[in-house]
Design a protein around this ligand. Structure first.
Ligand code: NIG
Ligand code: FE
Length: 378
């Protein structure tokens, strides 16, 4: 499956009995095996199994310490999810050494790549001081170039009675310290986190410093996040579980991708976003795992695909596209998410004859082999 429909094979560009030629980490040729150019130095026989583009996980929070299993357990007995738990992780993260944070980060990145993720975005947001946010971004940058400054995750306890002073810090000295280490800026725009005016101020300051905006919007209730994301030309509005008709229209008319994070609804026992409504309106949809210790402690994109198909009314093809091309669009990366000539050779071999098995066989470890820029990932 190529995600390059111009080569035929429907929207996903499915090629039966296919061959892929990789040169210097890049796809050089893809098509029916019988027509493949000869003379490869090294060959790999997939033995009839499906090959798909590597998953692009465009939303993750991997720099943290500790875990919140008890909070999850309490939710499963009926307590609601609140953003307040973020402060528990902030305290643990501030107290952790660089090497402790590196250990967790390395483990989660390895876990993600074993389940087929070949590009992962990573946010700060559990430091919430100038030093701790800059540290989180530096550590994230050891694993990915898709690094996001999320100083505006919540207002930390020491600023509880002067949130505007925290906003000034986030768009002032903290931004100065963080901008050199990040590509993106994100704000958790939600009741209990940051309101519309604060979100706009912070994102605009980040843009003036060369960062590109993305927004956590409409996770816990409807709010101004989606409208602001579209207005500022954000790359993505994420979660988007609660949407007004005006939000859907705005997304459909703009360039902002809607990134759905079903792991969060699963782990907070909340209603899933309505992917069908977005797709039918012509919105570009991405799927990501939102790995974090509070609302979605998973790195597993096949799991997200299965949930999206079963409970969010996406077809298996739409879900796989969203987890590959959708993620690439949400990260504005034309080089990944597909397997056409010129794309980075990020590939996942499934222990299955077709991509449909990703949703059809939920929970089964179907990832047989992963290549990143043509190199096998071990
Ligand atoms: O994307 N919504 C805000 N941030 C995370 C949750 C963080 C946490 O609970 O620790 C999310 O779901
Ligand atoms: Fe998130």
């Amino acid at each position: 499956m190529t995600n390059a429909p111009e080569g035929g094979g429907g929207v996903l560009g499915v090629v039966e009995d296919a061959a892929v030629v990789v040169e210097n980490g890049v796809v050089a040729w893809v098509g029916p095996r019988g027509r493949a150019p000869q003379g490869a130095e090294e060959r790999f026989d997939a033995e009839g199994r499906a090959l798909v583009p590597g998953f692009v996980d465009s939303h993750a929070h991997l720099v943290f310490a500790g875990e919140r299993a008890r909070e999850f357990e309490a939710r499963m007995s009926g307590l609601p999810y609140t953003a307040g738990g973020i402060r528990t992780t902030v305290a643990a993260t501030r107290a952790a050494s660089d090497d402790e944070l590196r250990g967790t980060l390395r483990r989660l990145v390895a876990e993600a790549s074993r389940s087929g993720t070949t590009t992962i975005e990573c946010k700060s947001g559990y430091g919430l001081t100038v030093e701790d946010e800059a540290r989180a971004l530096r550590l994230a940058g050891e694993h990915t170039s898709e690094v996001t400054y999320l100083g505006a995750h919540v207002v930390p306890p020491e600023y509880a009675d002067r949130p505007d002073a925290y906003v000034d810090l986030v768009r002032g000295p903290m931004l100065e310290a963080c901008a050199p280490h990040a590509r993106w800026i994100d704000v958790f725009c939600e009741r209990g986190a940051f309101d519309g005016d604060q979100t706009r101020e912070i994102l605009t300051a980040g843009m003036a410093r060369g960062l590109v905006p993305r927004v956590h919007a409409g996770q816990l209730g409807p709010g101004p996040g989606v409208a602001i994301a579209v207005e500022l030309g954000a790359a993505s509005a994420d979660h988007v579980t609660h949407l007004t008709d005006a939000d859907v229209d705005a997304l459909a008319s703009g360039t902002t991708v809607a990134t759905l994070l079903p792991g969060a609804e699963f782990s907070t026992r909340s209603p899933y976003p309505d992917a069908r409504r977005l797709l039918d309106a012509g919105v570009t949809v991405a799927l990501a795992a939102d790995c974090n210790p509070g609302s979605s402690y998973t790195t597993n994109i096949p799991f997200c695909i299965a949930v999206a198909v079963r409970d969010m009314r996406m077809t298996p093809a739409e879900a796989l596209w969203a987890a590959t091309m959708g993620g690439a669009k949400a990260l504005r990366r034309p080089d990944i998410g597909h397997l056409a000539p010129g794309a980075r050779a990020d590939m996942v071999l499934l222990d299955a004859p077709s991509y449909i098995h990703l949703a059809y066989r939920p929970g089964v470890p179907l990832i047989a082999k992963v290549w990143q820029a043509g190199e096998p990932v071990t």
